[in-house]
Write a protein that binds this ligand. Structure first.
Ligand code: MSP
Length: 518
């Protein structure tokens, strides 16, 4: 059987900004999926990168007094650095100023032109540089001073320029049919409904070139036009797998993408414009667009002007990398908006990581170390309580597969913590410390069961907390080649009684407020 493939993307990030929690969040969620699928035997392509053209970036470069190319070279690097710092496993990093990408955009343009999907006209209307988006008069509100404001809160300016248009208005019915035939194309379902009603309300043709500014991919044979930055940016998803060479083995293997992970603010571009562009060019649309929610900070909208932007580097430094990864994936049902609060973060670190999981590992492994000669305990006949707990641990992988297939990270973690809770109760009920004198063989079996439950938990949690789980697996002496999902269930890969174990070490320290104060 051939290896199954999985292609996942993050949005490519505007290089006008330093990386913040929003960027970290979208990328982290994609990383968890990419890691999960790799462990599950898939060939994974995980793509991220930077969106470097357009008026917004050109303005930031001008404000910094640097040429746009030099500016984007510098800022793009910050996003690469964030990927490293967060231990994200992207397979490629695309920049829209790269030659491969220009070539790809121009090929897509030529294809759309050839098929009669693009025509020359004139754009008279509103444009919001912050969103890089066109708005109809009917979508805007007017401030007392007469400023026009988009639903996103971005200020709009009036634009009049010659422009090419994409015949979006002709694609409404085909898009609706596509959504109908692919009910899971847009998740979560509430977002899907929003998109469907937007498309049903009727769409205008979309302006896809700009002449008022020149920081973009040149339109072929039209020196006065550069491509609209969203047409350019979305195309990165096919550039990354080899477009325009649709016969290349990477394109054939990996397109259509399995998931475009995006924030809710950019869903329309991904779920309406992008599949329309692709279908119009005779290419397949992606399989899914998942729109996650937005974080607020201690109840407040995050904004540069309020000065409450959450810096992922600071979080990692203060709370630890895996703790931060865990919190972001656990705190908010994926798809909903959520509030970031330090007290919630500390609570979860101390109660769920340090107490529930950390203590379970620590006390089980210390008892093993002290009472079983530092080796995997000898496994005797299992009693009901052992079989029940082991059964629940063995069920985890199947449950996680199901949850992650619909990007329900929080539910996946809930399943794991239910088993961790059961395991902690099992330790209390079986009281292995009391068995040492009365029934040492039973003590060994109980400790064996605990170690085996920890092995399951650690293996399935690797995508979320890779470093800590690799330490835990080291402490269980699980060989490097037996940490993937193919090795989880089969009893032959279960811990081998008598195998030597290294000395146990805590993996999740409690977060002590006082130590970090000042
Ligand atoms: N360049 C476009 C995407 C082009 S994709 C073909 C873009 N870039 S961005 O840098 O603004 O993207 C930011 C990503 O971060 C989006 O997915 C957005 O939803 C996310 N977030 C920005 N602020 C956020 C929060 N406060 N909370 C969660 N995510 C948010 O859009």
């Amino acid at each position: 059987m051939s290896t199954p493939r999985y292609y996942i993307t993050t949005p490519i990030y505007y290089v006008n900004d330093v990386p913040h929690i929003g960027h970290a969040y979208t990328s982290l969620a994609s990383d968890v999926l990419a890691r999960f699928k790799r462990l599950d035997g898939y060939e994974v392509m995980f793509l991220t990168g930077t969106d470097e053209h357009g008026q917004k970036v050109a303005k930031s470069a001008a404000a910094a007094g640097i040429e746009p190319q030099a500016f984007t070279d510098k800022v793009s690097q910050n996003f690469r650095d964030l990927m490293k710092t967060m231990n994200l496993t992207n397979d490629d990093f695309i920049r829209t100023t790269e030659e491969r990408h220009k070539k790809s955009c121009q090929a897509l343009w030529n294809e759309l032109l050839k098929r009669g999907e693009i025509y020359l006209g004139k754009y008279d209307g509103w444009y919001a540089v912050r969103d890089e988006a066109y708005y109809g008069e009917d979508e805007l509100t007017t401030t007392p001073s007469g400023k026009k404001i988009a639903p996103s809160g971005a200020e709009c300016e009036w634009v009049e320029e010659p422009s090419y248009f994409f015949k979006l208005s002709a694609w409404g019915d085909r898009l609706l049919k596509f959504y109908d035939e692919h009910p899971d194309f847009i998740l979560p379902p509430s977002r899907r409904n929003e998109v469907v009603s937007f498309v049903k309300s009727g769409m205008r043709d979309l302006s896809v070139s700009r002449t008022a500014m020149n920081w973009g991919v040149p339109v072929p044979n039209e020196p006065a036009h550069v491509m609209y930055v969203w047409l350019d940016a979305l195309t990165n998803y096919i550039t990354g797998v080899g477009y325009p060479d649709t016969n290349s083995s990477s394109y054939k293997r990996l397109w259509p993408a399995d998931v475009h992970m995006v924030g809710k603010d950019i869903l329309r571009f991904h779920a309406v414009y992008w599949p329309a562009f692709l279908m119009a060019a005779g290419l397949e649309p992606p399989r899914r667009v998942f729109a996650h929610g937005w974080w607020t900070n201690e109840g407040q909208k995050i904004s540069k002007s309020l000065g409450n932007v959450i810096d992922p580097y600071e979080l990692i430094k203060t709370y630890g990398l895996d703790q931060t990864r865990y919190f972001l994936m656990r705190e908010v049902p994926f798809g909903n908006d959520g509030d970031f609060s330090r007290s919630a973060m500390i609570r979860r670190i101390n109660s769920e990581l340090a107490n529930d999981l950390g203590n379970l590992a620590q006390r089980s492994l210390s008892m093993i170390n002290k009472n079983c000669g530092g080796c995997v305990p000898t496994r005797g006949a299992f009693k009901d309580a052992d079989n029940i707990l082991l059964g629940k641990a063995r069920a985890l992988l199947g449950q996680l597969r199901q949850e992650l297939d619909v990007q329900a990270f929080h539910k996946a973690l809930d399943h794991v913590w239910l088993v961790i809770g059961d395991a902690n109760r099992y330790v209390d009920e079986q009281a292995p410390w009391g068995l040492k004198k009365t029934d040492p063989a039973r003590m060994e079996t109980v400790l064996y069961v605990l170690a085996e439950v920890l092995r399951h938990v650690a293996i399935v949690l690797q995508p979320f907390m890779p470093d800590s789980m690799s330490k835990l697996l080291d402490q269980l002496a699980v060989p490097a080649g037996e940490r993937d999902f193919a090795h989880i269930d089969d009893d032959t890969f279960a811990l081998r009684s008598g195998a030597a174990l290294p000395a146990p070490e805590g993996i999740f320290p409690r977060y002590m407020e006082a130590e970090h104060a000042g």
